[in-house]
Design a protein around this ligand. Structure first.
Ligand SMILES: [Zn+2]
Length: 313
């Protein structure tokens, strides 16, 4: 993990690099922001930058022995503390405190990343306090937290606070396409929308881990259709185009999606007796399919289908 792999956080990256160039590296940071926006990834990239043997002005090289060891989790000078059963164990903190007084084993800096530092118990936080007050010269502590306010004020006041925000749509789409092979624009866009802008969730969606892209898309589409909100209708048409792209042939894909929408509306009518009429949905879908086979514009046909369904269904 180097800065190149990070999605967003350009301002934070620049400020971290500038501090290194000016030799003003802080011994303690809090990287704070919503879980899933890449806080720990940024901390790992910073650890790589600090220890890289061939870094440029704005990134680690990613290929030297130090970068490779950090990427594999095997660098002796980079330690990640994680909560166990929802708390960071005081014994782990004590071990870190004992360890940090020794100089780096092979790198330039010892880096300790404390994940979910919001879960430092009071005992563990107090144990850290003295170390943060008089941090060893070549040690950097990076606390990952939802907010600096979740930490003891005595801890927060000794750290440089780095506020992190979710990446923009363009940053996330660009990052997804760079990092996940064979990602086309429509799949990346669907993953962006379903992830709520969180890179880690978007990656899982794209890689088919944890969350099923198809299942979520169908849920989103049917919510739009059943909401009877005209403003959401166009989003439904977008969803249908994304799903249709999964098929080899675009028109056959859209026809397949139209058929499945009808099946789901029939099921919904049986279960809820509310929502669009199944008979009207089937009739509108047949009209749309006929138009598509006569080379009608797919986007306009889908939008017309959805809007007619909202008005007449
Ligand atoms: Zn390197």
């Amino acid at each position: 993990m180097i800065f190149f792999d990070i999605i967003g956080h350009a301002a934070a990256r620049k400020s971290l690099c500038d501090a290194v160039k000016r030799n003003r590296i802080s011994n303690a940071y809090i990287f704070c922001g919503r879980p899933g926006i890449g806080r720990t990834s940024l901390a790992m990239a910073y650890a790589a930058y600090l220890n890289c043997n061939g870094r440029t002005s704005d990134d680690a090289c990613g290929v030297c022995s130090s970068c490779l060891k950090i990427a594999s989790g095997g660098h002796p000078d980079v330690t990640v503390l994680k909560p166990e059963r929802a708390v960071i164990r005081i014994d782990d903190v004590r071990e870190m405190i004992r360890d940090c007084i020794y100089p780096p084993f092979e790198g330039n800096w010892k880096v300790y990343i404390i994940d979910d530092a919001d879960r430092l118990g009071e005992g563990a936080a107090n144990a850290m306090l003295k170390t943060l007050e008089e941090a060893p010269a070549r040690a950097v502590f990076i606390l990952i937290a939802g907010s600096a306010a979740n930490l003891l004020p005595t801890i927060a006041s000794r750290c440089q606070i780095v506020e992190l925000f979710a990446p923009s749509r363009d940053e996330l789409l660009d990052g997804l396409r760079r990092n996940v092979a064979s990602t086309d624009v429509s799949r990346a866009d669907a993953a962006y929308r379903l992830s709520g802008g969180l890179p880690s969730k978007a990656f899982k969606i794209l890689k088919g881990e944890d969350i099923s892209l198809e299942k979520d898309l169908w849920e989103e589409l049917m919510e739009h259709i059943l909401s009877r909100d005209p403003l959401r209708a166009l989003r439904a048409a977008e969803c249908m185009q994304v799903m249709a792209a999964e098929y080899g042939d675009r028109i056959e894909g859209i026809i397949g999606v139209l058929d499945e929408v009808c099946r789901r509306i029939v099921r919904n009518t049986i279960e809820n007796a509310e929502g669009p009429s199944a008979a009207i949905a089937i009739s509108l879908a047949e009209e749309a399919k006929a138009a598509l086979r006569l080379n009608a514009n797919p986007q306009l046909t889908l939008e017309s289908f959805i809007i007619q369904l909202q008005l007449r269904g």
